[in-house]
Design a protein around this ligand. Structure first.
Ligand code: ADP
Length: 173
């Protein structure tokens, strides 16, 4: 995101975030209720981690790359890592039946304070934050519940759309 391009348009975070209304829901990981098989079957670059899918309270963010590396390492070094192993991002592993495979503890790879904006944050402010903090993505919340995600590419696409429609709204100086 070039700092010399000034973004002057009254769109809001909710207009740029994914998922769109017609998209499948946001792919999230829950902090202690998913299996390794479920975690591995996801395909975005990163995932918000939430308390539970019902609460949608954000607890952190993990990159898919880090997840895959950690899972790979665990398979090499740890006994009994199977698709049914529980993936746990909490400090203490939840109790499991004695016959269950040991959980995979991945709190260490989670960003505990991912950047968030609310759905009504103006995009010019959001773009400014992306630039100043060098963000690659940012999460969007409403009343403390996780709603969506905005990546750097989403912003670039949005700017390109606006520039096509309304070239004066982005000033090049
Ligand atoms: P990029 O935007 O750099 O291509 P991603 O693979 O993270 O990287 O995202 C691709 C698209 O999917 C973007 O429009 C993004 O907003 C959206 N997206 C990213 N993460 C998720 C997620 N966990 N759930 C749903 N959509 C996501």
């Amino acid at each position: 995101l070039e700092a010399k391009e000034e973004f002057e348009h009254n769109s809001l975070a909710v207009d740029v975030m994914r998922p769109r209304r017609s998209d499948p829901p946001l792919a999230m990981l829950t902090q202690d209720s998913m299996t390794l098989g479920e975690v591995e079957s996801t395909h975005y670059s990163g995932f918000p981690v939430v308390v539970s899918s019902e609460s949608q309270r954000l607890v952190g963010f993990v990159f898919r790359r880090d997840l895959l590396i950690s899972i790979d390492n665990a398979r090499k070094r740890q006994e009994g890592v199977v698709s049914a192993s529980r993936v746990v991002f909490t400090e203490h592993a939840p109790s499991q039946p004695p016959e269950a495979p040991p959980p995979l503890r991945l709190r260490g790879i989670m960003d505990l304070s991912p950047f968030t904006v609310t759905d009504h944050t103006a995009m010019d402010i959001t773009v400014d934050i992306f630039r100043k903090l060098g963000l690659r993505q940012c999460l969007v919340t409403h009343n403390g519940r996780l709603l969506g995600i905005i990546t750097k590419k989403d912003i670039l696409k949005h700017m390109a759309q606006i520039a096509n429609r309304d070239p004066d709204s982005i000033l090049f100086n």
